[in-house]
Design a protein around this ligand. Sequence first.
Ligand code: APR
Length: 257
Amino acid sequence: MADSPRDLARLLLGARHGVVLTGAGVSTESGIPDFRSAGGIWENVDPMEVGSLSTFVSAPERFWSFHRPRFSAVDIIRPNPAHLAVAELERRGIIKDLITQNIDGLHRRAGSPHPIEVHGTLDFGECLRCGARISREEMVARADDAPDGVPRCTQCGFQIKSGVVLFGEQLPASAISAAFAASEAADVMLVIGSSLLVTPVSTLPDIVLRQGGALAILTESATPYDDHCTVRLHGKAGVQMTEVLTALDGLGMPAAR
Ligand code: APR
């Protein structure tokens, strides 16, 4: 019989150190496409081309013409019930750590205090040559003012890159270290909205399993870990996670620990 949100609520309630790992699927109900579903961001392009550090350096116009629309989208999106449910689980002390591959900032805006943003963030821009940092707003304004659409550093003239990690680029050392530490501390990991196909994040559930922990996955499509789950939910994260909160109330979970 298929697992239910109540099964997930029970698993989370019994966790000593629950950790949530999210991917783009937690934000699709906020209007942001994910990467690999139908209509996803990578659907008609080669991610290794438009999303790579080498393209950013060798063909910044190509890079910026593809990514520029995503910068405007960030200003109009809002957290959805899935983000809000994760923040509520953290507030109740049921979830101790949140790891996210997302760069949209929606977990923070939903009230999650310390999301571990392993793929960086859209919040700022920086110059890879001299290290100068600017706000997203300033970076977008420079891109829109530039004839070739490429924002440049006013210190050294090199093109500005957003704080989002590109293919071929190192992940933020403090974030990935925190993500591994959280996974090593976890006895329960709930994955929401990730295909679990991109390393090193895709190795984190394996850490939990190898130390005898339990894995729960909530996505619409399959993942490589589906046969290793204690609880496997399919469906919309916003709907399912709202039902998990309802189930917790029904299990007599106090509103705050
Ligand atoms: N509810 C539940 N699951 C959903 C929803 C939803 N509303 N929408 C999409 N999904 C699921 C999809 O079925 C898929 O399993 O979320 C997953 C999204 O997978 P990807 O598009 O591969 O996104 P993600 O796992 O975050 O990608 C990882 O790849 O390109 C890089 O840096 C990029 O951080 C990204 C990384």
